[in-house]
Design a protein around this ligand. Sequence first.
Ligand code: ADP
Ligand code: TRP
Length: 332
Amino acid sequence: MKTYLTGIKPTGMVHLGNLLGAIRPAIDFSNNEDAAQFIYFIADYHAMTASRDPKEFHENVYSIAATWIALGLDTKKSIFYKQSDVKEIFELQWLLSCMTPKGDMNRAHSYKDKVQKNADEKRDTDYGVNMGLYSYPILMAADILMYDTNFVPVGKDQKQHVEIARSIAQRINEYFGEGTLIEPQEVLQENGAYIAGLDGRKMSKSYDNTIPLFVPEKKLRKLIMKIKTDSQPPEAPKDPNDSLIMDLYKLFANDEQVKSLTEWYQRGIGWGEAKQELFLAVNDYISKPRDEYNRLMDDKAYLDEVLRDGANRAREIATTTMDRVRKNMTGF
Ligand code: ADP
Ligand code: TRP
């Protein structure tokens, strides 16, 4: 049985880009595939490299948990937990650290980018870099290697991290025996599948152009009305193949609805009307999960229980792995 594992960083409310690019495919995949094991976890301690507000951190962790459950993740079938509940991860991280050349961390993208930015801005190269950020790829390697993971579905920005995990596993196997760790493989999401945001650029928290998934209906409508459009008059026929509104609409509406809106475009539609149609389609799609999300956010005890159950199942695997790794690496 192959194991698929991926981590989700709790950094604020999920947006439509995250939903369509990452969460929906991951949930569909795990619900439809019986011959594999799925481990989806909240990478909460990864977020500590930048988090300085415990209240916000705490809320973000629950928000991510509630989102995945509200969108239909089967938490019995897959293993869903938060990283910090599996203390073995941090023991493994240390053992991996001792087998990782410092140079590999110097070359890791997130650190290198920060150094470059500091150089560009004529600051000390390590300005704003903490050791958590620096050794982030080793913690991620521990997340992956702990469960004898075969496949890691990630975006291409994370490819290098999975390669680092693989190379650490190889080195450890060379020194301490084949089979000490399993070498993981990344599974890359296709390119070019980016969902555009309100201003037409890639929807991203970094651009502040997102449509967050579970904002109240009124706010959702207000945001959709903000989507950038041109100044064509309402009666002018519009190109359905060159429209951000239409692109988003297609992701939420059925074929018949798309056909009918396409015809309306060709006849001439006001942008306000097109946005209203988009709002109705998105709202229709997320209204049930949004109710469920809100219900779950008011029932933290339930979320705790789900995460605890997930952590117990994760720890069963983690303790077995650690017994093997510790034995091979230290003799104990
Ligand atoms: P953000 O850019 O808003 O900070 P993250 O980097 O946290 O988002 O992305 C979390 C997941 O969502 C990743 O798997 C990423 O590939 C996916 N994702 C983010 N933005 C988009 C988008 N606009 N279109 C498709 N997928 C996206
Ligand atoms: N680094 C990933 C990100 O920023 C999150 C993550 C942490 C992860 N541990 C992982 C992803 C293990 C895949 C496997 O998105």
